[in-house]
Design a protein around this ligand. Structure first.
Ligand SMILES: [Zn+2]
Length: 406
């Protein structure tokens, strides 16, 4: 990808790369409280040098232990800060980093120590340009994004409440001739289906029976078929158990029936299915759940069984056309002005930081601002250092654009 050579002073690039190698040398896999504390202390020291006030907060990890949360604040946070979110943990323990051409092979280089180094490099670049970062900049770095996310969820919810903008410095994606940032993330709603039919002897009274299994299977096939390949909603049936009610209710002890001839002569009177629906906008979520409820009513009538459709807990989506979209467009323009192509991912699966917010439709959110590479969560993980260079400049440009100095 072409880029203007004068973009980033070589000394800032060298210093940032050096820092990134150091960060990757500190082993900080999820659950390693000592490693994560070392990582938090190292990053905090770098932030303090650049005018942010870091605070390392020991957080209850929900499991009787404690893990460090790093919050760093600019001089004037106010009630509606500009919040940047990232994580300090990695999936694997660190091995010695290896620099090879434009690639840094190291644990967490991509996910997401590269994003942390990028931010620090961007602060240096702003200083070199004689510019101040936004006074209300607040950085929140969590220690458990790769595991339970217990601290992540509460921290993101708490600290981004009232944020004027939420920027996530997780990596974008590298494509053949472009890189991406993420504007949309699917939300989900869990559901459960509970079917009661009428048991009968399949030899003596077959037509008297009302098969819960057949009704559930019919429902399941139609529910899955509602899934749209594209921006529409999808339905996943993750589990289904059906049979005679004694079998279903006592599955833990009755699984030994499987593979035997016993009770094959019973028309099934009970079925349970559970799964989730995923969707990109809140209205898609409402619509798919309504369709599933109507399907339930119809199938129950046709099959003469009783069917209960029970929506469960959920995670809200980040709508790619929501309040973050003007900022995403602004970021792609900033990249274009520096001579490279950034594309907006409108439909990223998987649950991430923005989904933790109680109502993501109220806050402008842009995700995937970190540099790209490949091999996330594996021993083949690497960061593309040319992307790091581009994204340092991009982050500095973006922070300058979002600064609201009096
Ligand atoms: Zn990550």
């Amino acid at each position: 990808m072409a880029q203007k050579p004068e973009m980033l002073p070589p000394e800032i690039f060298a210093k940032t790369t050096q820092l990134l190698v150091e960060l990757c040398t500190i082993s900080s896999s999820s659950g390693d409280s000592q490693g994560l504390s070392a990582m938090a202390a190292r990053v905090a020291a770098e932030l303090a040098l650049r005018g942010l006030a870091p605070e390392i907060i020991p957080e209850d990890d929900g499991d009787g232990g404690s893990m460090p949360l790093l919050v760093a604040r600019g001089p004037r946070i106010g009630d509606h800060p500009l919040v940047l979110v990232g994580h300090m943990d990695t999936v694997l323990d660190a091995v010695a980093p290896r620099l090879e051409g434009h690639r840094l092979w190291a644990t967490g280089a991509l996910d997401m120590k590269g994003g942390l180094a990028m931010l620090i490099g961007a602060l240096d670049l702003m200083a070199a340009r004689g510019k101040r970062p936004p006074d209300d900049l607040m950085l929140v770095l969590v220690p458990d994004e790769e595991v339970s996310g217990y601290i992540s969820e509460r921290a993101v919810r708490r600290w981004s409440e009232g944020a004027r903008v939420l920027l996530v410095i997780e990596p974008g994606e590298g494509r053949a001739d472009a890189e991406t940032l993420v504007a949309g993330r699917r939300g989900l709603t869990e559901w459960k289906l509970d079917v009661t039919g009428r048991a009968s002897h399949s030899g003596l009274a077959y037509w008297y029976g009302r098969s819960a299994l057949a009704a559930a299977a019919d429902w399941v096939a139609q529910a899955q078929a509602m899934s749209e390949n594209g921006p529409g909603a999808t339905v996943n049936v993750a589990r289904m158990v059906a049979g005679d009610s004694d079998f279903v209710n006592g599955l833990a002890t009755h699984h030994a029936l499987l593979g035997t001839s016993r009770r094959r002569n019973v028309v099934s009177d009970r079925a349970l299915a559970e799964g989730e629906a995923r969707y990109l906008t809140p209205s898609d979520g409402v619509r798919i759940m309504e369709r599933l409820a109507r399907l339930t009513e119809r199938t129950a009538g046709e099959r003469e069984v009783s069917m209960l459709f029970l929506p469960g807990t959920g995670v809200p989506p980040v709508d790619p056309k929501g309040p973050g979209s003007p900022i995403a467009a602004q970021v792609t323009r900033l990249a274009a002005e520096r001579g490279w192509r950034l594309e907006v991912e409108e439909d990223r699966g998987g649950i991430s930081f923005p989904n933790y917010i109680a109502d993501p439709s109220k806050i402008p959110i842009v995700d995937g601002l970190g540099p790209v590479g490949d091999g996330m969560h594996t021993r083949e993980e690497y960061l593309d250092l040319r992307s790091l260079e581009r994204r340092i400049v991009l982050m500095a440009d973006l922070l300058a654009a979002l600064a609201n100095h009096p």
